[in-house]
Write a protein of this length. Structure first.
Length: 389
């Protein structure tokens, strides 16, 4: 992510914790949607059909039930809804129902079932054609095929300044029946030690090809974005983020729906995270991650990110937003979706990014080296769904 990195217990100084994104394009390089209770299938007439079922209201924080009939990915158009579950936090958002427009349900039994289908929906670099948040992440995103690999910054020290390609014998992305598994592994099968500074590990991160033309009042629609994920095999220095930003960036606009990284004082395991906008007016303070989660009413037993959790971002057309974590309201505020996140600022689009990485060169606690035998570092994502209204 591109904005200030918000911070954690034992942070060794603001210089290592804020402004750690690399600036590109204009003055920014960030990491770059609408909403209601039930999603609906497309109608033959092109008109919006009635809701699938009123049913019982979903319990906040529960996993949305599977619909009857096959799910679909969707084309990203509110006039042509995707088929799939309604949002888990629908009961917490009053007003008209949300319409499912993108249903990325990962796994061989979902809507993104293979590498080919992943390539049809996602890119393997960010919106500024970088594969390590500029050059700041310790791990680089690998391409699934030679055809999808791009040329990259020479500062990464990669052969021929080309994005590495996934080794099928040591995959960075694997499909199980109901999840996509994303691994961080040494780029070399013979490596004995790897380091953040050397950028000699590869990861399975990706960014959606589909994007929104804007957000908030600029979009003129409400957005709800829901993602379920976990870190079943964390390592020291892990870097996990689900976030949005645009095609231009200058300290915003950006929304870090979740960001967490593996600092020593929270090891072992993956514990705690922060939720913050970049450029917005956040109402909850996350300069101390455990304190922020405690204030939001999240019990400590639910901080363990090796277990499944659901994050939901609700961003309304009046520029206000809320973020829920397993039914708990963990952040809310106001954010203008413009260049620099300024009122009446130049418009920007909205991208959806999924970072399953390792380390950061500008944060000393995670600018580390580890034995190659420690890897893989493993993430899993169940689904990510976008709703509009």
């Amino acid at each position: 992510m591109f904005g200030s990195l918000c911070l954690f217990v034992g942070c060794t100084g603001s210089s290592s914790c804020a402004g750690a994104k690399e600036n590109t394009r204009e003055q920014g390089h960030p990491r770059d949607q609408v909403a209601a209770p039930d999603s609906v299938p497309a109608a033959a007439s092109g008109e919006r059909p009635p809701a699938l079922s009123e049913g019982d209201p979903l319990r906040p924080g529960s996993v949305a039930p599977k619909p009857t009939g096959p799910e679909s990915v969707g084309v990203g158009d509110i006039r042509e809804p995707a088929l799939g579950p309604g949002p888990t936090e629908a009961a917490r958002v009053t007003g008209a129902p949300f319409v499912l427009v993108k249903n990325w349900n990962f796994g061989s039994a979902g809507t993104i079932r293979s590498t080919q289908e992943l390539m049809s929906e996602f890119e393997f670099h960010d919106q500024f054609d970088t594969i390590a948040n500029g050059t700041k992440y310790g791990s680089v995103t690998v391409a699934p095929t030679p055809e999808t690999a791009i040329f990259v910054a020479r500062e990464l020290g990669l052969p021929d300044n080309k994005q590495p390609v996934e080794d099928p014998l040591r995959p960075n992305r694997e499909f199980k029946s109901d999840v996509l598994v994303a691994h961080v592994r040494p780029l070399s099968a013979t490596a004995t030690k790897v380091s953040v500074k050397a950028h000699d590990t590869g990861n399975g991160s990706f960014m959606a090809k589909w994007k929104l033309p804007s957000g908030g009042s600029g979009l003129g629609k409400d957005l709800l974005w829901e993602t379920r994920a976990r870190i079943p095999k964390p390592l020291l220095g892990y870097w996990f983020a689900i976030w949005t930003a645009g095609n231009r960036w200058d300290k915003g606009a950006e929304m870090d729906v979740v960001e967490s990284f593996g600092v020593p004082h929270l090891a072992p395991g993956a514990k705690c995270f922060h939720v913050n906008s970049v450029g917005g007016d956040d109402n909850e303070e996350f300069d101390n991650w455990p304190r922020g989660l405690t204030k939001a009413g999240v019990p400590e037993r639910k901080w363990d990110l090796s277990q499944w959790h659901t994050w939901t971002w609700v961003y309304l057309r009046d520029d206000t937003y809320r973020v829920y974590y397993d039914g708990h309201l963990v952040q809310h505020g106001k954010l203008y979706w413009t260049f620099g996140a300024k009122p009446n600022g130049p418009p920007i689009d909205m991208r959806f990014l999924f970072d399953f990485s390792w380390g950061h060169t500008e944060i000393s606690d995670v600018n580390i080296s580890l034995p190659a035998s420690s890897f893989p570092l493993t993430y899993e994502i169940d689904y990510s769904r976008v709703y509009l209204r």
